[in-house]
Design a binder for this molecule. Structure first.
Ligand code: C2O
Ligand code: CU
Length: 461
């Protein structure tokens, strides 16, 4: 069913607008056989400067890939091999993790666990194949609460084998900063108090490393908007006034197109959502994009601004189903089930001590006794239990998993994710085939929580 819709859509003449035609003309040489080609990139982690809050303020000293925020957008095609040389010109060790990409363990970028950290002045070559299309990102895994917080992150976009029928493909990487009046980063990373609470939430939100610019559109356009939450701790809940965005992918993985619950596009740290937005409002009109996650701190993030041109087309075809990716389907009959309990955090006036834990253990580094030993090739159900009063986006490396149930209720879309958002006291069942051998991190992606011990290792062998 999906592939028929897909095929029909890609042949529709209505969507052979400028973008689609250009896409067809520039289909890279790799289409078809990809096994031998490798795409090469070099990125340098180094200090840089960025106009985070616009030209009216001084530039901010940041750490960035190639000195910029975000780092270069790496775009490849599904099935391609990539070779990415990472050079460290920071004053401290680093690594790069390819968040959400199912890479071989040695390429996963976890310091001491999968590789030696890259020392200042050294380089490391990451080489892997990208098995699945989707929206992924890259960031350090060494002292990430500070390195990511100072700007080290970038998008890694894996295009589908066949171009997807949209007019434009737009990336919004959401960042969060704590800036002083001089527009410089306030150097208070790793504070124990925040670590025990919601994490280090800043005072300035950026889109693609700058003041959010309005989204300029034409009526009748169909846009794919890829949202990335690259913040340490800030959670977003976006509302697109007068529009009805559909979620077509979660954490890079295709999902049946659906409107977000209550019209709020919820995005915890490290999560990605691909939205399909049909621009059906009037030419010349403007519409706010509001963030309302923290009820007392709602604000307008951006705006959709329509040109005065007449609509590009009168009617848009049915929503797009992205082609499925390559994860093996979990065999739920006879799957082994494990409880994973997340504990700790500050409640009432309890002092922050030990701070966070998984199954009672508070991690102090990336290497420790695995909390789970999984057999290669078997299906597992992990019953995640958020036994805390806080939100946690929980990320598993090396795999995508299906989200089966929340508080015992089956999910409607059994979505694939690599980072699952858990509300306080929520229980979430996830399932996956442990098909990628190695030691993989399981951790909260509120980076202060990870640093405060909410981290563990899952061994697949
Ligand atoms: Cu995006 Cu273990 O991290
Ligand atoms: Cu957390």
């Amino acid at each position: 069913m999906q592939s028929i819709i897909q095929a029909a859509l890609s042949r529709r003449s209505v969507l052979t607008g400028a973008a689609a035609v250009a896409g067809a003309a520039f289909v890279p040489e790799v289409a078809g056989s990809t096994a031998l080609s490798a795409k090469e990139f070099t990125i340098t982690a180094r200090p840089g400067r960025a106009f985070l809050v616009g030209r009216g303020y001084p530039e901010t000293d940041v750490w960035g890939y190639n000195g910029s925020v975000p780092g270069p957008e790496i775009r490849v095609r599904q099935g391609e091999r990539v070779r990415i040389k990472v050079e460290n010109r920071l004053g401290e060790e680093t690594t790069v993790h390819w968040h959400g990409v199912r890479v071989p363990n040695a390429m996963d970028g976890v310091p001491h666990l999968t590789q030696k950290p890259i020392r200042p002045g050294e380089t490391f070559l990451y080489a892997f194949e990208v098995p699945d299309a989707g929206s992924y990102w890259y960031h350090p895994h060494q002292r990430s609460f500070e390195q990511v917080g100072r700007g080290l992150y970038g998008a890694l976009i894996v295009e589908e084998r066949e171009p997807v029928a949209v007019d434009r493909d737009i990336t919004w990487m959401l960042g969060d900063w704590r800036l002083g009046r001089d527009a410089q980063i306030i150097d208070d990373f790793g504070g124990r108090m925040e670590m025990a609470m919601a994490g280090r939430i800043g005072n300035t939100v950026t889109v693609n490393g700058g003041l959010p610019a309005p989204l300029q559109v034409r009526a009748g356009e169909r846009v794919r908007l890829r949202l990335f939450n690259a913040a340490n701790a800030r959670i977003f809940a976006l509302v697109f006034r007068n529009h009805r965005p559909l979620i077509i992918a979660m954490d890079g993985q295709p999902v049946a197109p659906h409107a977000p619950p209550n019209g709020r596009v919820l995005l915890g740290p490290a999560m990605r959502l691909d939205l399909l937005i049909d621009m059906n409002a009037e030419p010349g009109s403007r519409h706010a994009v509001r963030d309302s996650f923290y009820p007392t701190r709602t604000y307008t993030l951006s705006e959709i601004v329509y040109s005065g041109e007449p609509p590009l087309r009168r009617e848009l075809p049915p929503p797009i189903y992205l082609p499925p990716n390559t994860m093996p389907e979990p065999a739920l009959d006879g799957a082994e089930r494990h409880e994973v309990a997340f504990g700790g955090g500050m409640m009432g006036l309890m002092p922050p001590h030990g701070i966070w834990s998984i199954n009672g253990v508070s991690a102090t580094g990336h290497v420790h006794e695995p909390l789970l030993h999984l057999t290669l090739g078997r299906t597992y159900v992990l019953a995640l239990n958020n036994a805390t009063a806080w939100h946690h986006p929980i990320h598993l490396h090396g795999h995508s998993f299906r989200v089966l149930a929340r508080n015992g209720e089956p999910t409607r879309f059994r979505e694939w994710q690599d980072t699952v958002f858990m509300a306080p006291r929520e229980r979430v069942d996830i399932a996956f085939v442990a098909d990628n051998p190695g030691d993989w991190m399981l951790h909260c992606h509120i980076l202060e929580h990870q640093e405060g011990g909410m981290m563990g290792v899952v061994r697949v062998a």
